[in-house]
Design a protein around this ligand. Structure first.
Ligand SMILES: [Fe+2]
Ligand SMILES: [Fe+2]
Length: 354
């Protein structure tokens, strides 16, 4: 059965309010959506999403934004806690490499989110579209909360032996240098590109049960599911601000190409340095087992690479890959009364999160 067939069946299941949690083939929705992409509108049995024609500040043009009819983006009041001793040293499925990779990715989030906020906020004054303005406000609130919560888990990881503070310091220095010396347009292009990275990884987490199964720590899984949900929710905001304020295709594509190198390169370097601080790395059996597990790692698959690559296509828009069904599916799973995050939401905001 082809990926597209599976996707079609999943869409049908979704529209009947059944679970999509066992979905393994999210890129099928790209093909599915292409079929529905007629004059910027898409509808299914009970799901309808209308495009919003976004005018640039000079009143010209019409950059498509397809999130206008989606629920408004807003920051949820949420809190996670990591009691001492609650997490195993190798908290990602007891896997050496993956525990260091996830720790190092988490370590760059607080400063990364802060950079995203500054980059988008700088152009806030040029955003004239009220829908996009409201989305930017929600984006800023969400990224701020992500940074705060990741800072907290990073402290816990530091106490467990992962060098998250050092990574945080280096990230801060690098991003401050870019923000100070590069054109603001480049910072915004970087933000839009990195948002595509986070949205791609977030979609994988929400669609692939094997990827979720690796997160054997309940609190880490809850944190990443919440973060993933909101990344999917606001995935087009920085991109739309970039377009709306006159950002061109050349810079956007070139920036993503440079991000492919720097993001993957810096993740590789920071993970290696982190591994060198871990006594388990010097256990050859442990290391060999972890390296061997890379081959079957659900995070490293062709669909992810393909999805990352779509960004450098001219005319690309984040909503080309329809992920609205993911939000529909996970909303109750995460934020409902019996949801995974029910006890993390602050002051009974569950109902309004639905
Ligand atoms: Fe985020
Ligand atoms: Fe984000």
């Amino acid at each position: 059965m082809s990926c597209l067939h599976i996707a079609v069946q999943q869409q049908v299941i979704d529209t009947r309010h059944k679970t999509l949690l066992r979905s393994e083939c999210y890129l099928g929705h790209r093909s599915l959506r292409r079929g529905h992409r007629i004059e910027g509108s898409m509808s299914t049995d009970n799901h309808e999403m209308k495009s919003h024609e976004l005018k640039s500040p000079d009143g010209q043009g019409g950059d498509r934004v397809s999130t206008a009819a989606a629920p408004p983006i807003r920051a949820r009041r949420i809190k996670f806690s990591y009691p001492t001793g609650a997490m195993k040293r190798h908290f990602v499925n007891d896997d050496l490499l993956m525990s260091h990779v996830v720790s190092m990715l988490s370590s760059v989030f607080p400063e990364g989110e802060d950079f995203f906020i500054r980059s988008v906020k700088y152009y806030m004054k040029d955003v004239t579209d009220p829908v996009l303005k409201a989305q930017v406000a929600g984006f800023i609130g969400q990224e701020f909360t992500h940074g705060r919560e990741h800072r907290e888990i990073n402290e816990r990881l530091q106490a467990m032996g992962y060098p998250t503070r050092r990574s945080d310091r280096l990230t801060k220095r690098a991003l401050a240098t870019i923000y100070r010396h590069a054109p603001h347009r480049y910072s915004l292009a970087m933000t839009a590109a990195l948002e595509h990275y986070t949205a791609t990884l977030a979609s994988l987490l929400l669609t692939n049960s094997k990827a979720r199964d690796l997160l054997t720590s309940d609190e880490v899984r809850a944190l990443l599911l919440w973060h993933a949900y909101e990344e999917v929710e606001h995935k087009a905001v920085a991109f739309d601000v970039y377009r709306h304020t006159g950002g061109g295709e050349g810079l956007r594509i070139w920036t993503m190409r440079s991000i492919h190198l720097t993001f993957l390169g810096s993740t590789l370097v920071s993970t290696t340095l982190s591994l060198l601080t871990d006594p388990s790395t010097y256990n050859p059996v442990r290391l060999a087992r972890s390296v061997a597990a890379i081959r079957s790692n659900p995070w490293l698959n062709r669909d992810v690479l393909r999805e990352l690559g779509t960004y450098t296509r001219r005319g690309f828009h984040p909503s080309d890959n329809d992920t609205a069904y993911l939000l529909d599916t996970w909303r109750a799973e995460l934020f409902g009364d019996q949801g995974v995050l029910a006890h993390n939401l602050v002051d009974g905001r569950r109902a309004s999160s639905n």
